[in-house]
Ligand binder design. Structure first.
Ligand code: FEO
Length: 426
C-alpha cells in the first residue's frame, strides 16, 4: 500500500493541464487518522431534481480509508469522475483500491462508479441488499464483484472495521450507513447533509445557526416524506449504543463538534412540530389576488402569528418549502386562469404534495374574471395532501373592494385562532 508521504503522482498535474478536473483542485483533508475526504465541490449547481441549489451549491463527499484494504466510501457524479480520481491519486495509486462501499446508489454518489471500477478493478463492491438490485438496474454490470452486506454485518479493513446499518428511505430504499468503531465515525450518506459548496469541511468552521438552517432546508426538500423512517433509524442508532463523535454525510460539512445538535435537529425535523407561523404563497395576474392574501396576512400579524409572504415569481418552490418546514399553516392565493390556477401555483402544489408535510392547516383564495375555479382547485390539492381546511375558499370577482378585503382579514383572524388551537394540542 502506498501512503501520502511516499506516493509520487506525476499524472496529477497532467490531469489539471488536460482540463479533466471539473471543479476546483481541493486540498487533501484527513478527517480521522488514515481517513481522507476525496470528494468534489459543485460550486455552480443550480438544481437537484427540482430542488433549487442556487443558494449555496453543493458538495459530494467521498472518503478514502488507507488500511490493509484500501477502501473508498461513496463516490461523486459522473461529471466529477476525474476530480475523484485526482483526489485519490494524491494519496495512493487508484488501482490500489481494494474495496468500494456504495452506501447509496443515487447517481450523485455512484455516477463515477463505472469509471472507478474500470480504473481500480476493486476486489469487492459492498452495498445493501436493495443496493445490489439498484446497482444492477442502473449500470447493468452483473460481472461487477458486488458483495451484499446485511444490517449489522461487519467487515475488517485491517486495523479498522466497518459495521453496516440499513437506513432505508434516507433517502432511497438502498441507503445504508457505514460505521467505523475505531474512529467513532458514522458515514451517513444523505442523512445529516446540507447543500453547501464550501472549502471549509468541518461544522465548527461555520456559523452553527446557518448550518442548522441549511440542514432544515435540505431535510424538508429531500427527507421530509420519509420522516417516519428517520425516527425509526434514530431510535435504532440510540438503541445500538454506537459511540459517535463524527458524522460524515455525503453532502455539506462534516459534524465533529456539533454531533449532538444535528442529531437533535433531526429528532425535531422528523417530528414535524410546527410553530405560530404561516407561509403565504401566491401568484397574481393584475394584483387582485396579491391584495387579498396581503389583507389576510395583515390580520395574522395583528393576531401575533409570524408570516412569510412569498411570491412564486420571486421564490423557487423549494425555497417556499424550506420556509414552510416549521409553519403551522399554508395560505395559497391565485387568480383563475383558463379555468384553473396559475401554472406557478400548480407547480408549487405538486412539489409540496410530494413532500407530504403532516398536520398542517390550509386556506385558499383568489380573484377571477368569469369562472373562478382556482381557490377550490387549490383547496382540493391541499385536502388531498392531508391539510385541515377550516375555511371555505374565498373568490372575488375582478378587483377586491374594501368589503372583500375585510373578508380576507376575517379569514386571517379565524385562521390565527385555528393555529393557536393546533399549537395548544401539540
Ligand atoms: Fe445525495 Fe439521494 O442522493
Amino acid at each position: 500500500m502506498c501512503r501520502l508521504e511516499s506516493w509520487i503522482n506525476p499524472e496529477s498535474d497532467q490531469m489539471l493541464v488536460e482540463g479533466k478536473i471539473t471543479g476546483v483542485d481541493m486540498a487533501i483533508k484527513e478527517i480521522k487518522k488514515d481517513v481522507y475526504w476525496v470528494g468534489a465541490v459543485d460550486w455552480n449547481i443550480s438544481n437537484f431534481h427540482g430542488y433549487s441549489l442556487a443558494r449555496r451549491g453543493s458538495t459530494y463527499n467521498a472518503f478514502l480509508v488507507l488500511d490493509e484494504k484500501v477502501t473508498l466510501f461513496d463516490l461523486v457524479p459522473e461529471k466529477f469522475k476525474w476530480d475523484l480520481y485526482h483526489q485519490v491519486h494524491k494519496l495512493v495509486a487508484p488501482d490500489k483500491i481494494d474495496y468500494i462501499v456504495v452506501n447509496h446508489v443515487e447517481l450523485d454518489h455512484s455516477g463515477a462508479l463505472p469509471f472507478m471500477v474500470e480504473k481500480c478493478s476493486p476486489e469487492r463492491i459492498f452495498c445493501s441488499p436493495m443496493g445490489e438490485k439498484s446497482l444492477l438496474s442502473h449500470f447493468h454490470k452483473p460481472e461487477w464483484p458486488v458483495q451484499v452486506v446485511k444490517d449489522g454485518e461487519s467487515i475488517s479493513l485491517g486495523r479498522k472495521d466497518v459495521q453496516f446499518m440499513e437506513a432505508r428511505m434516507l433517502h432511497w430504499p438502498d441507503t445504508m450507513f457505514s460505521y467505523i468503531p475505531q474512529d467513532r465515525l458514522l458515514i451517513s450518506s444523505d442523512a445529516f447533509g446540507q447543500n453547501i459548496a464550501t472549502s471549509r469541511l468541518f461544522d465548527d468552521e461555520h456559523d452553527l445557526n446557518l448550518l442548522l438552517d441549511e440542514s432544515r432546508h435540505y431535510y424538508t426538500n429531500i427527507i421530509l416524506p420519509f420522516s417516519g423512517f428517520v425516527q425509526k433509524t434514530l431510535a435504532r442508532v440510540k438503541e445500538s449504543g454506537l459511540e459517535i463523535d463524527m458524522i460524515a454525510p455525503d453532502h455539506g460539512v462534516i459534524w465533529r463538534t456539533h454531533v449532538a445538535e444535528i442529531i437533535g435537529a433531526y429528532q425535531e425535523f422528523s417530528s414535524q412540530k410546527v410553530r405560530a407561523k404561516a407561509v403565504l404563497v401566491y401568484d397574481t395576474m393584475w394584483s387582485s389576488s396579491e391584495k387579498m392574501i396581503k389583507a389576510l396576512g395583515d390580520a395574522l400579524v395583528e393576531e401575533g402569528i409570524e408570516i412569510r409572504l412569498m411570491s412564486l415569481k420571486r421564490f423557487h418552490h423549494s425555497d417556499v418549502m424550506g420556509e414552510f418546514s416549521d409553519a403551522a399553516a399554508l395560505v395559497c392565493a391565485s387568480p383563475t386562469h383558463n379555468n384553473g390556477m396559475l401554472p406557478l401555483m400548480a407547480d408549487f402544489l405538486t412539489y409540496m404534495k410530494g413532500l407530504k408535510p403532516k398536520g398542517r392547516l390550509g386556506a385558499t383564495l383568489g380573484s377571477f374574471g368569469w369562472s373562478g375555479e382556482a381557490p377550490k382547485a387549490m383547496a382540493q390539492v391541499l385536502e388531498e395532501a392531508g391539510f385541515e381546511l377550516p375555511l371555505e375558499p374565498l373568490r372575488v370577482k375582478n378587483v377586491p373592494s374594501h368589503e372583500h378585503l375585510a373578508q380576507c382579514r376575517e379569514m386571517g383572524r379565524v385562521l390565527a385562532g385555528k393555529i393557536r388551537e393546533k399549537l395548544s394540542a401539540q
